[in-house]
Design a protein around this ligand. Sequence first.
Ligand code: ZN
Length: 405
Amino acid sequence: MEERRYRDEDVAPGSVGDVFRQIRSKGATSRSAIARSFGLSPSTVGLRVEALQRLGLVTDEGKHDSQGGRRARNLAVVDDAGYVVSVEPGVRLLKLSVANLSGHIIHSERLPAVASQEPVDAVAAIWAEIVTLMETARVPFERLRGIAVGLPASVEYATGRVVMPSFMQSWNDAHVPQLFRTHTTVPVLVENDANLVAISELSEVAGSHDDYFLAVLLGRRIGGGLVANGEPLRGFNGAAGEFGHTPVAGPAVIPCVCSLDACLESVASGAAVAARLSALGHTVDIPSDIVALGRSGDPRVLAILREAGTHIGAALASNVNFFNPRRVVLGGALSLSSPLVAALRAELFQKCLPIAAQDLDISAIDDPDTAGARGALRLLLDEVLAPARIDELAQLALVDEKATS
Ligand SMILES: [Zn+2]
């Protein structure tokens, strides 16, 4: 079953939701600027703003003197009118964050993993943790407006169906939003973890419609997310960017869900590197242990990291030739491994077509640990505050008011 989505095409220009979008993006925040921007009369703008105030979404900020000495009141989003929650059920940890309507994270938790459970039980456990998170953050429960779940798997974005997860086999084919319906009616979005890294990077270049980039997630698994024209590019079924299963000359050191003898993930992912380091007698519990071992200078460790980086760089070169991004952004714990990233860069630039390489920028994202949450919360806020949804809420509020008057 498809989850209801609110698309920008569904919005009448200058509607309540469209005006809210202007206030939210700080494009126009005074009544006069809104009137100018949409070509609306002052009385119509007044009605739009009243509708938003009735929903509790905007407020008049303090007065300020404009150049002509007239006092113009600015409108602002009421931050605590609603809250959204991001959930990342990883193999080692369950990460949760709650943010207000401005996207400011007010509380985060890192909890023991639940992903090894059957999805129905895992979702019940996640829901219980969300309830606790809201209580800890002192957020009124009725103000929860949505949940976004980031998974290490391909996701059919329209339905939230999980396809071929790397490590959580029982989640294959799970319809995650439906599993949440036992617990809540708020919108539940499900997205691939690498796409969330891409979306987190998007937020830092907001308004840039000509941005083309490839976000690469180097964690236990290897994932990719594409952005074209400043928008996430998910492909027809949601699998765009999943280059982790590119065939490579092995040997595979971990089994993989794909049917290849050796794919990039089974040869060069964090899980594969960890297996090779464990075979040398090293203890590797979490991906950041790999980064720490790389700093030790042990030549055998460095050789494994460089080999993984070379494999990833070669696979990326094909994708860069194909997609011609302006930049490649590296996320995930292994993006902090200097030997791996140096080998990746060298191989990528060596194998890439000159025209694709000439202006290509390769960089690591800031704070890879929170990138998934930042991407999830941004995606979710754009959905729960979509102009068409706000229009619908304004209509419902009007109907309610008439019924009670
Ligand atoms: Zn594979």
